[in-house]
Design a protein around this ligand. Structure first.
Ligand SMILES: Cc1cc2nc3c(=O)[nH]c(=O)nc-3n(C[C@H](O)[C@H](O)[C@H](O)COP(=O)(O)OP(=O)(O)OC[C@H]3O[C@@H](n4cnc5c(N)ncnc54)[C@H](O)[C@@H]3O)c2cc1C
Length: 478
């Protein structure tokens, strides 16, 4: 820690409370050799003093937090919101995931509210933010058919589903069954949603918006208060050239699978076991009409969930295929994931930033998924062209529940990560929930108790002096 920040730490430690002001004209990038004046009291969410909030991670979860903080009537004047992103916005799963959502597909347990609230929020936010890739669409379950390259009239063969069988599903398929008729299932292209949220909060003339700083978070600065708690004072980052500090009253770690790096940032006061499931996905180009123009209308909107496909030799890797998910998008492209051969990346690897800068797809998966798709779609077998292949990681805590809440023993420290295979679908609800927690001191929209970031942390290891269970005050423990 540099001398200036140490001085600031000392000031807070002595007074326990101070007012944040910046000597820099912009409250954002403070190089370690610049001097910070003072800081606000993180423990007082009703403070009328502007808060300086840093979100680590610019995926859909981080940007959603920033968006809802910005939109909240509880954000006090003079506050700043900064996203610290190591690569670029939506560079990981939030730019490469499918974007499928389903209001009633939850299992009725703790995450059900996230499905429902977020689904309804997407519908209204997409209008407000002018998101063109959002739409409701039906879903069909497809069993693999015989190995054949013949064109098939599947609408005629399945008259009861003819209205939702897409025109491009004209190859070999087995049994078709409806999974949704387009009322409670929808899609969005997540990168567009991220970009539109940031455009909305950064409209010219609507200052202050959300500032984006490119740099890799390397630690959290803090001081200790009279309760024995740590109080966040800043976020350390490296921009490739030098280390700097963003002054902060609050930090929200929303770094997807890499959020487990925060164990170290918070002095191991919280354990964040995480597995990154790294999977390949492919995108097909939109078809062209006879004049060579993109023909979006040729791609009817129905999503497919395909059964395990042994036509490519389940036991003969690399040609086996798991459960392909096919999402035609409103821009005429077709996105395909769920193609098997995923790699399981450990917490230790993620803490060492595995696949943060580069996450290459697997060519054998691209070949297998392309074959499977072209067998069910004669249109794409005869005229389709692959646009690109990519890979990204699902962030998976051991119990498949996200980490959402305050870090025990730390004032101004929050986690919002580990949303598994529903991180896009849940993003508006999670962003709203975390914004409420940070700005109002409690979350009104979602019961966060099951998502306590400290649920894998023994009480002995938790930060502070044991007065808190997650963000709930439980009094003295001894
Ligand atoms: C193939 C695939 C398909 C999917 N399909 C769907 C779907 O259809 N529907 C759905 O709801 N979900 C889907 N998901 C899951 C979804 O994509 C994720 O749950 C979601 O994108 C996670 O968002 P995030 O913002 O938490 O993390 P990420 O998108 O991973 O973003 C984390 C960000 O943090 C940044 N970062 C990391 N470390 C640091 C650091 N030290 N400092 C600064 N920045 C840092 C990264 O650069 C990254 O931009 C899919 C996932 C995969 C892999």
């Amino acid at each position: 820690m540099n001398a200036a920040v140490s001085g600031y730490a000392l000031l807070l430690a002595v007074t326990g409370r101070a007012t944040l002001a910046f000597l820099s004209p912009s409250p954002i990038g403070i190089s370690t050799n610049m001097r910070a004046a003072s800081g606000s009291d993180n423990s007082n969410n009703d403070s009328k003093v502007g808060r300086h909030i840093v979100v680590v991670g610019g995926g859909i979860q981080g940007t959603s937090c920033a968006f809802h903080l910005h939109q909240s009537s509880h954000l006090t004047p003079g506050s700043t919101i900064t996203i610290l992103e190591s690569q670029k916005l939506a560079s990981a799963a939030s730019g490469k995931g499918g974007g499928f959502m389903a209001r009633s597909w939850g299992d009725g347990t703790d995450t059900q509210t996230l499905h429902e609230l977020a689904f309804d929020m997407y519908e209204s936010l997409s209008v407000e933010l002018n998101v063109e890739s959002y739409r409701k669409l039906p879903v069909i379950s497809v069993a693999p058919g015989p190995k054949s390259n013949e064109k098939q009239d599947n609408k005629k063969k399945n008259p009861q589903l003819a209205g939702i069988i897409p025109n491009w599903l004209d190859g070999s398929v087995g049994r078709l069954s409806p999974m949704g008729w387009g009322e409670d299932t929808a899609q969005v292209t997540p990168k567009e949603f991220v970009d539109k949220m940031m455009e909305y909060v950064n409209q010219p003339g609507k200052e202050p918006g959300v500032k984006i700083v490119i740099g890799k978070c390397t630690g959290i600065e803090s001081v200790e208060d009279g309760d024995g708690d740590k109080v966040v004072t800043g976020v350390k980052y490296h921009n490739g050239q030098e280390e700097s500090i963003l002054l902060a009253d609050d930090v929200i770690v929303a770094a997807g699978p890499w959020a487990c790096q925060a164990e170290q940032w918070f002095d191991n006061a919280v354990k964040l076991p995480m597995e990154g499931i790294k999977s390949t996905s492919i995108v097909w180009k939109p078809p062209l009409d006879d004049d060579g123009n993109v023909n979006i209308d040729a791609v009817e909107a129905t999503a497919l969930f395909c059964g395990e496909d042994s036509r490519f030799g389940t036991h003969l890797l690399p040609h086996s295929i798991r459960k392909v998910e096919v999402y035609p998008r409103p821009d005429g492209t077709v996105y395909i994931c769920g193609i098997g051969g995923s790699d399981y990346i450990t917490t230790a690897q993620l803490q060492a930033s595995a696949f943060l800068e580069d996450c290459p797809p697997k060519s054998d998966r691209v070949a297998a998924a392309s074959s499977a798709f072209q067998m069910m779609s004669n249109s794409y077998a005869t005229k389709g062209e692959l646009s690109h292949a990519q890979a990204c990681m699902r962030p998976c805590p051991p119990d498949a529940k996200p980490y959402m809440g305050q870090v025990a023993g730390w004032k101004g420290a929050y986690i919002n990560a580990g949303h598994n295979c529903w991180g896009i679908a849940w993003a508006p609800a999670c962003g709203k929930a975390i914004a409420e927690l940070v700005l109002e001191g409690r979350c009104r929209s979602v019961n966060l108790e099951p998502f306590d970031p400290a649920r894998f942390t023994s009480s002995r290891e938790r930060g502070g002096r044991g007065r808190k269970k997650g963000s709930a005050n439980v009094g003295e423990q001894w």
